[in-house]
Design a protein around this ligand. Sequence first.
Ligand code: AMP
Length: 397
Amino acid sequence: MKILVLNSGSSSIKFKLYRFPQESVIVSGEVEKIGEDNALLHINLENESINEELGKSDHQKALKAITTALITKDIIKNIDEISAVGHRVVHGGEHFRDAVVIDEEVKSKIEENIALAPLHNPANLKGIKVMENLIKNIPQVAVFDTAFHQTIEPLRYIYALPKDLYTQKRVRRYGFHGTSHDYLSKTAAKMCKIEIDKFNVITLHLGNGASICAVKNGKSYDTSMGMTPLEGLVMGSRSGDIDPAIIFYLMREGYSAEDIESMLNKKSGLKGLCSHNDMREIEELISSGDKDAKLAFDIFVDRIVKYIGAYAVSMSRVDAIVFSGGIGENSISVRKAVSDRLKPLGVTIDDTLNLCDDKNNRFIHSKSSKISLIRIKTDEELQIAKSTYRLTISNQS
Ligand code: AMP
């Protein structure tokens, strides 16, 4: 059985075709530069990669190009070979606590949440509507970035603001990267051989966007991203936590709301601190003695440590800490610097295991460590495919 996973963004659509129940990837690819004059389709086959110029393309043309290529490249014989389609949807608001099979009501709820995710939900919805026409009668599933965090309790999701802002304007912590934190916590539980509903883990998704999640008894208990993905950790170009009064000070100094929003999202974080947002470049600069890069690295690590300390106390017991995302999976120095700061929790890293740069999921703590340290490659697409399989095909058998 074949399941197509789609991540429809405003200017790109990423896709992966899976074989189930084997959970293996048949093919993956992307259409980029949607909305521009020169959209490009890339397909990665086992021994070959295909690139095709599509000209000016919208979501309709891009998805048609993807499904047509799957047939012309003999990956599937016809469109009916796809048993179900899973879509990444960024914002499910308070309505969705799990993935769902898409119907009219689901689409209208995704639309309602456009106000909360104006950059993402419109493109996610476009992907769903286009596929509906291309693959009539094939079930589609929406998997929400926010759904995993719907188990967080009010004392951790309500901001200390006038209460009408929550009841009337939906201002609250929603949290993001939920599909990744869900996958990481379940994978870590299996590796630790602890049942998921008895497992307490802190998962670090450290990529260009970065967030941390405290998972208690297998459920999201707290997370660093908030009403939007701007809160929390220092990120590639996002500030993470700042004093909100900085915004009003800057407005009085002549900055517009748009300037500040763009600054906090695109010109802050690691990039704002040292002009680079790629941890590889920052590590190289540090070895050549660059002081700004060193300070950026230290601030990045310090924020992570603060959150881990707070979550460890709040959950009272932590079985494991997981490093993931482009930085967590690959940066030996970030894993080392974070772990060394966690000695008060009885955490010790094994430097030899940490150095090992194979791509396998692995434990990296020393025998004496009180908490397991694990490096895991996150796989949001596989998690989306699994949810799609669970809600459609495995339900019928
Ligand atoms: P992601 O958003 O999860 O794809 O992560 C992208 C980020 O991972 C890049 O911007 C880099 O900062 C970081 N990254 C990728 N490879 C490495 C590496 N080998 N060492 C350090 N950081 C890396």
